[in-house]
Design a protein around this ligand. Structure first.
Ligand code: TMP
Length: 215
């Protein structure tokens, strides 16, 4: 049987990667094997594209059109070479960001035409949409303080989006919330101000109900 495809979305610092690994751990306990991956990235080529996307040359910042092309190329490779084959093998796949990130960052915020975005997404994903998407949402003050904390601990450079002004993060949150109305059957809003343990538990319960796991 084909595996389930779960995506996790939300602005910067809401806890997406923690939820991804937390869900994989809980699923494993119940005998469901899953692979955690992320976008942009997920294959060696997609990771190279991620590097360009996240750290373009300082004297040549990316145009929004270029951003969308890079992200889309990374996604085509990721879906075709990794996600679809895994799902066909019956693996569950948990993806930290997927097409909704393009709908929000390059579309709703970046201003690229919605129909064009949808056409490219449909092509690069071969029509694959997640079976369920957890949208992590919390007050911008909380997520921004988590971003700061993360970079203090890891001492990596902040991405340009991490560094953006508070008003950008608020716009991001509002744009993400629209997704719940755009895709009501797929996108589930989760309060990310709770502890990560609570967020994982809530999300897992939703998975059990949605997919009749009977665990
Ligand atoms: P990350 O920090 O969550 O790993 O993601 C890197 C950045 O990529 C993040 O700021 C959001 C951005 N992004 C887009 O702009 N469009 C996309 O389609 C994806 C997948 C990510």
């Amino acid at each position: 049987m084909r595996g389930k495809f779960i995506s996790i979305e939300g602005g910067e610092g809401v806890g997406k990667s923690l939820l991804a690994s937390g869900l994989a751990r809980v699923l494993d306990k119940y005998g469901i094997s899953s692979i955690v991956t992320r976008e942009p990235g997920g294959t060696p080529t997609s990771n190279r594209l991620r590097d360009i996307f996240v750290s373009p040359p300082k004297d040549d910042p990316l145009l929004i059109e270029t951003e969308f092309c890079i992200i889309s190329a990374a996604r085509a490779q990721h879906v075709g070479k990794k996600i679809l084959p895994l799902l066909e093998q019956g693996q569950w796949v948990i993806c930290d960001r997927f097409s909704d990130s393009s709908r929000v960052y390059q579309g709703k915020i970046g201003g690229i035409d919605k129909n064009f975005i949808e056409q490219v997404i449909s092509h690069t994903t071969q029509g694959l949409e997640p079976d369920i998407t957890f949208l992590l949402d919390c007050d911008v003050d909380i997520s921004l303080s988590r971003v700061e904390q993360r970079f203090k601990l890891s001492s990596t450079d902040m991405s340009r989006y991490d560094l953006a002004e508070r008003s950008f993060h608020q716009k991001l949150q509002a744009a993400y919330r629209e997704l719940v109305e755009d895709f009501p059957d797929r996108v589930v809003l989760i309060d990310a101000s709770d502890t990560i343990e609570q967020v994982v538990e809530k999300s897992f319960k939703i998975l059990k109900d949605r997919f009749n796991l009977g665990l």
